[in-house]
Design a protein around this ligand. Structure first.
Ligand SMILES: [Zn+2]
Length: 524
């Protein structure tokens, strides 16, 4: 890792899934963190992509009369890449596990582990859930109901599991339990939040089994390099995307400059990332990730949204009405990142109206309209600052620093709440200073100038601070304020330093009034 490198990843999308707001939530969180670091002068790099191998995809493709690659191509182009546009993700790379750069270098990794003696041949019999693409312990199974009564079913999928008996290749994961525990002890930030860390530690303390890493009953996957009758277990394959996309095996210089990464994952796949993945890297002699952060569930009507239960709301159902900025703002503000959170149309609508439209959007429109009306659009010079003006400037500095500190902890919700203190203070300042009254009195001309100058500076600070979260609205605001250069090139850690442009131009409402909200009734 080079100084200032910030490599952040989302999980790769399983192409068989339908994009729902849970996927978009993870993407937005990672994107906000990447944008924030990029605007803090770091070499930030956001990776996302698709997970395309495995038995479930083979079966679905076959059922649809196409090859698995054709099936994956179709879903990547019609579902997953469009999702990134829907919620305005500025990813630096998009990896597909069918990319040659992935397949070739994943094989290199596997061969290396084999050569080093970390892989052996064994027999395995167990219950396999195709939905999870995972062998299940009996403790993971429950009695089926309805059409599956009398059978054991996956607790996540509520569908019967299959009893498989295979000759497989195994990764000696059990040998890494002590090193993993030492990692969690010595680096408490490795797995966060704390509840996730505790869960992972107690799981490893119960002892680790070796991991079956190949399958021979189907052939849709990466071939095991020393035995082409086997394909690599889909999770083992998928996890490797984080290094194959960063140059592992093909560009040592690039890899050294990017790795290690911060992984943002849903807590349902925490164990894969916080146990299996670092053990794989330890075996290969590669540095473990910088951090694995498990975010919570989104609850809709009290029910968990996950990649396994398709209780999904399509992100476009929200963005079509509210726009991508509101989607991004809402999920980052309303849910403490790392905790479970509830989505409701009422809450989204209320926050859109009170925080985005009335709180921030209206502030921006009013201040700019006053500069246009009272000063012909020329940003006035400030006279002597009063305590009220200096208090605004102090808040600009304070929230800039506090937001950066919150982002360092991945507490995006705290960063936003902090920035909103400036929104609220500026609104209070305008109400108190009454520039419309000052404008009526010629002797208050200088004071009017100082007030509008202060308000314009505050707005510029807000545009920069909020740019990682609501890039569309802040981009419009920045150009209306006459800010120099592109907003995305402004340093977010120095947002308070901005002292205003020369001229403002009219600003359309950043968050227009939404007349009626039609709640979709399907898919909920
Ligand atoms: Zn399952």
């Amino acid at each position: 890792m080079s100084a200032g490198s910030f490599y952040i990843t989302t999980p790769i999308f399983y192409v068989n899934d339908v994009p729902h707001i849970g996927h978009a939530y993870t993407e937005v969180a990672a994107d906000v963190l990447a944008r924030w670091h990029r605007q803090s002068g770091d070499d930030a790099w956001l990776l996302t992509g698709t997970d395309e191998h495995g038995q479930k995809i083979l079966r679905t493709a076959t059922a649809n009369g196409v090859t698995p690659k054709e099936w994956a191509d179709r879903l990547v182009e019609t579902a997953w890449k469009p999702l990134l546009e829907t919620v305005n993700i500025a990813n630096d790379d998009f990896i597909r596990t069918t990319d040659e750069r992935h397949e070739v270098n994943a094989q290199k990794f596997l061969k290396h582990l084999h050569d080093e003696g970390h892989i052996y041949t064994g027999e395995y019999e167990g219950y396999y859930c195709v939905g999870c693409e995972e062998y299940k312990q009996t403790t993971d199974l429950v009695d089926g109901a309805g059409e599956y009564a009398g059978q054991l079913v996956c607790a996540i999928h509520s569908k019967p599991v299959e009893l498989l008996h295979e000759k497989n290749y195994f990764f000696k994961m059990s040998a890494f339990a002590d090193r993993l525990l030492a990692l969690y002890e010595q680096n408490p930030n490795f797995v966060q939040p704390e509840a996730a860390r505790n869960e992972v530690m107690s799981f490893v303390k119960r002892g680790l089994s070796d991991l079956s890493i190949s399958r021979s009953s189907f052939d849709w996957g990466i071939k095991v390099p020393w035995d082409e009758s086997h394909v690599v277990y889909v999770w083992f394959d998928a996890l490797l995307n984080y290094i194959t996309a960063a140059g592992y095996g093909q560009n040592d210089e690039e890899f050294a400059s990017r790795w290690p990464a911060t992984h943002i994952v849903g807590k349902d796949i925490l164990r894969f990332h916080a146990v299996i993945w670092p053990a794989m890297l330890m075996a290969a002699g590669i540095e473990v990730p910088k951090q694995v952060f498990g975010h919570g569930w989104l609850l809709v009507g009290g029910e968990k949204m996950s990649k396994s239960k398709l209780t999904g709301i399509a992100p476009s159902q929200i963005t079509d009405t509210f726009g991508s900025d509101a989607f991004r703002y809402y999920f980052m503000r309303a849910i403490s990142f790392g905790q479970d959170g509830s989505f409701s149309w009422e809450d989204l609508s209320a926050r859109y109206q009170s925080e985005l439209a009335n709180g921030f959007g209206n502030l921006a429109s009013r201040v700019i309209a006053m500069v246009v009306r009272y000063c012909d659009g020329v940003v006035p010079a400030a006279g002597a600052f009063t305590a009220d003006d200096l208090a605004i400037q102090a808040t600009e500095k304070r929230v800039t620093d506090a937001a950066a500190a919150a982002i360092d902890q991945l507490a995006i919700h705290d960063a936003l709440a902090t920035v909103w203190e400036l929104v609220d203070e500026l609104n209070g300042y305008i109400t108190l200073q009454e520039p419309w009254a000052l404008a009526k009195k010629p002797e208050s001309r200088e004071r009017l100038g100082t007030v509008l100058h202060t308000a314009v500076r505050g707005l510029g600070t807000l545009a920069v601070l909020l740019s990682p979260v609501i890039p569309v609205a802040t981009g419009k605001l920045w150009s209306a304020l006459g800010g120099d250069g592109a907003l995305v090139d402004q340093r977010v850690d120095l947002a308070w330093e901005w002292t205003g442009g020369a001229q403002v131009t009219a600003l359309e409402p950043l968050f227009p009034r939404i007349e009626s909200i039609v709640e979709p009734t399907d898919g909920q």
